[in-house]
Design a protein around this ligand. Sequence first.
Ligand code: NAD
Length: 355
Amino acid sequence: MNHAAAATHALSIRDLEPREGYARLIEAKDEQTGLHALISIHSLQRGPAAGGCRMFNYARIEDAIYDVERLSRGMTYKNAAAELPLGGGKSVIIGDPKTQKTPELMRAFGAFIEHLAGNYYTAEDVGVSPQDMANVAESTSYVAGLDGGEFASGDPSPVTARGVFLCLKQTLKHGLGTDDLSGKTIAIQGLGHVGMSLAGMLHKAGAKLIVSDINDETVRLAETEFGATVVSPDEILHQDADVFAPCAMGGVLTADAIDRLKVRFVVGAANNQLADETCGQRLQDRGILYAPDYIVNGGGIVNVAMEILKISDPSYRENRISGLATTLEQVFARADETGEPPHMVADRLIERRLA
Ligand code: NAD
């Protein structure tokens, strides 16, 4: 970290009233760079708060506050589900990442993080790249997701994909009594960083793949490399398959989508897959076993956590990743006992870990 860079930013920082149950909500503005950012700290119960930084052109400050608080609470649950000694936090920078992001703005954002003296660690999220994080790191050391440096964790996606893969096998084992993937059909929505890596692992394990992406190039690659069947983005939700794996965007499991699913299991990387609280029950009513997203996709934060906690022993990563599948099985077993949908059981289990 370059303290001189931090000192040049005359930030205006103030605490706002957080939503009930949240630890802090802090706003920073910097006239010189145009920075307008928020950090939400939901919980410090398990350790310093950790969660990525999103840059998005929110129409209203209320929208940015809603998003940062929702995401910060999600990080508390995700970090606890992965059994990490980290609390939940998130940050947003208000602005268009394509036109308003500059190295100076990111350095000013770093100075904002430095102001919180280690209570919050940031990393990349939507609209923010490893290069941006390198700029942030010039003003603070409370940053992860860097490409270089002693504990640099780099792209977390392959680790996330491995967690999804293990959780998918665990889900099959719970539902079918076997985790053998040969001959099973998996419908993957989104072949980005995580989806493509997952597709490779599933193909190697003998699964048949049906894939979809809005990017033609990536689907063609999956077609040639993995013999995948390509369908349009509209069709992927309604394929005859064993598993639907959402690996694109959140909110895909709407009531309408659930009614048309033709799978027995849903296991994927996307964040916030359930469009609303009622959708978890709806999946259960249709006899579809849903693996709660924040358990399944915890591999990325495990990778980032190793950088934050300065751990280089790969067994730490491997134990936490296989632990995701163990936690998932605990959730399924409890859901069988109580008859509640897994997403509710998961929240309850994590709340006990937090208590
Ligand atoms: P990405 O941006 O690399 O990939 C997303 C892919 O989805 C892209 O190829 C995009 O073209 C495609 N896509 C977008 N809309 C689509 C649609 N309607 N139909 C089909 N495909 C569509 O993102 P990623 O890093 O692979 O992450 C995927 C999801 O997993 C995201 O929801 C992300 O928040 C979540 N996640 C990622 C990580 C990680 O380590 N990268 C960790 C936790 C959660």
